[in-house]
Ligand binder design. Structure first.
Ligand code: SF4
Length: 374
């Protein structure tokens, strides 16, 4: 790994960024809270998709005090479509600590920031450099890729020790009067020029004359990443149970995967028609018609759901006790509601998007796609 090459990147990088920086809402006014929210959102979603989420989130929760006091269901609804719901839960825990211990102001110190839930070295580096002008590096996936290509690093970039080495080298070479701009320029280069999955656009790159990978033609071999463990495949059967006006949704347990979110009823395994009908009857409904829906897949970080779906039309429900019966069978809080209510009130994760569409429920990103915001 040739870290000397990094010593020459600041000037060409900054002058390129001056002309090529994208106009992003959180860049216009880089308040610490805005930098924090945008960086957490960007950890899982591309920039264009984050824009409407960011605008809606900041509109609803304009500052740390509002985030700290937001009711959980509303918070999860605001995050719906972004996935990784523990990230927003951690943000709220951190916001409460900031309110109690830091008078509502995010600390500017890199080390202090990392004591807050959900803030690791990358986010701490981004907040302290972009919002507070501190000379700290912020190494995300884009930066890992760019730096490993420029320096020809053949070590596994998923190792903490390699990330630390990159952080230290970048801290040394960054201009001390513009650390935030330098960090953003590196991230921008990774996001728009030094692309993953396919050839980077080296002919447009401001550091092409310095880059090891370009010189040796090994761009596609870098960065080196250890092969990830395979995901566990879980077959599931998802049910759209509805009468002429209502549909059944349930609340997931408060711990584990998709904790406290709402879902369509679903069961482990690939159930056959008669097993589904039996289950629906146990829940207290009288099925009229059943239709198999196309299979769907949803990928979590460690698990893949391979889903089979059924739409079950049931006789109109008059009695009030139906939710209780469904609850006893599923051991989950059950609501038999008008589907459109879920768009306003109940957060449903994207894992169910392939089936919520049969109730004309639009989730997170779909809503924005419809309005042309993504
Ligand atoms: Fe990436 Fe190519 Fe630029 Fe090197 S020259 S940093 S490989 S885009």
């Amino acid at each position: 790994m040739d870290t000397d090459r990094l010593e020459k990147i600041a000037e060409p990088l900054l002058s390129w960024f001056k002309d090529n920086a994208r106009d992003l809402p959180w860049r216009r006014e880089p308040l610490p809270y805005y930098v924090w929210v945008s960086e957490i959102m960007l950890q899982q979603t591309r920039v264009e998709a984050v824009k409407p989420f960011f605008a809606r989130f900041i509109d609803a929760l304009p500052d740390i005090a509002a985030l700290a006091s937001c009711e959980e269901e509303r918070l999860l609804k605001l995050w719906e479509g972004l996935g990784y719901y523990n990230r927003v839960r951690n943000m709220q825990k951190a916001a409460k600590i900031v309110e109690e211990q830091y008078h509502g102001r995010l600390p500017d110190c890199y080390e202090e920031l990392q004591k807050l839930p959900g803030i690791g070295s990358y986010t701490a580096g981004a907040i302290s450099s972009i919002a507070y002008g501190k000379a700290e590096s912020a190494v995300d996936g884009n930066v890992l890729r760019v730096v490993s290509r420029i320096t020809g690093c053949e070590e596994d970039v998923m190792k903490q020790s390699v990330r630390r080495k990159f952080e230290t080298s970048l801290r040394t070479v960054m201009p001390k009067d513009k650390p935030g701009t330098f960090n953003q320029a590196l991230m921008e280069l990774g996001a728009t020029v030094c692309l993953p999955n396919g050839a980077p656009e080296c002919h447009k790159c401001p550091v092409q004359a310095i880059c090891y990978a370009r010189e040796h033609g090994c761009q596609l071999l870098l960065p080196v990443k250890a092969v990830k463990k395979e995901r566990r495949v879980e077959p599931r059967t998802v049910l759209v149970i509805r009468d002429s006006e209502h549909a059944l949704i349930q609340k997931r347990p408060s711990k584990g995967l998709l904790a406290s979110l709402y879902e369509l009823p679903n069961l482990e395994g690939r159930l056959m028609v008669d097993e589904v009908l039996q289950y629906v009857e146990h829940c207290g409904f009288s099925p009229i018609r059943i239709m198999e829906l196309p299979p769907a897949k949803h990928i979590f970080s460690h698990i893949e759901w391979h889903m089979t779906g059924y739409m079950v039309l049931v006789e109109d429900v008059e009695e009030i006790g139906i939710e209780k019966t469904a609850e006893q069978v599923s051991h989950r809080r059950s609501l038999f509601i008008q589907p459109q209510q879920t768009e306003q009130e109940y957060p449903i994760p994207a894992a169910f998007a392939a089936y919520t569409k049969y109730l004309s429920i639009k989730l997170g990103q779909e809503k924005y796609r419809e309005t042309g915001e993504i």
